[in-house]
Design a binder for this molecule. Structure first.
Ligand code: IMP
Ligand code: MG
Length: 174
């Protein structure tokens, strides 16, 4: 098997700049309203930490863990809530945050589920919109970067649990 190489897509500086912009946009949109950020683990952990610190409104933070991928690189299409959030959603202004949208199944299904718990409002933020394999429409209110295809790692995103700690975003090439 040939070793995988990686090519940088977005540098640490570029990501920081973009996350700051999104945080500013959210802060302006919600003014001083308290918001609930719901992140989807594990890939979101780095983005969520940086995004939350770039939002000036009062923020509560919670996480859910959803399985849509095993340890391979294709989607199974199944969705299982492994760990749900523990904070109440009813009446809250919620922003659902994920690292990357691929088929859209994760965000589509989990956002429908959150809606059924009667938030006051629900918006969606994703660091990366990967467009070419979309199966379910997901309206992204906030989006960091758009890429067409490829397997992306770094800044929280993994391939079989590797590369989450890289500062930049990379595309894997063989
Ligand atoms: P979706 O349900 O197909 O939209 O997949 C979303 C989830 O799959 C993301 O939250 C990621 O955890 C994972 N994923 C999809 N594409 C990539 C990628 O290129 N790199 C790392 N993880 C990915
Ligand atoms: Mg994920």
């Amino acid at each position: 098997m040939k070793p995988m190489t990686r090519r940088e897509l977005f540098s640490e500086e570029k990501i920081a700049e973009r996350v700051k912009e999104i945080g500013g946009q959210i802060s302006r949109d919600y003014r001083d309203k308290p918001i609930l950020l719901v992140g989807i683990l594990k890939g979101v952990f780095v983005f969520m930490a940086d995004l939350a610190r770039n939002i000036s409104c009062p923020c509560h933070v919670d996480f859910a863990r959803i399985s849509s991928y095993g340890n391979n690189m294709t989607s199974s299409g199944d969705l299982e809530i492994i760990m749900d959030i523990s904070l109440p959603v009813e009446g809250r202004d919620v922003i659902l945050v994920d690292d990357i949208v691929d088929t859209g199944l994760t965000l589509h299904n989990y956002s429908e589920y959150l809606k059924s718990r009667n938030p006051n409002s629900l918006k969606i933020a994703a660091l990366i919109d990967k467009t070419s394999r979309r199966e379910k429409f997901v309206e992204l209110d906030y989006c960091g970067f758009e890429v067409e295809d490829g397997f992306i790692v770094g800044y929280g995103l993994d391939c079989s649990e590797e590369f989450r700690n890289l500062q930049g975003l990379y595309i894997l090439e063989d």
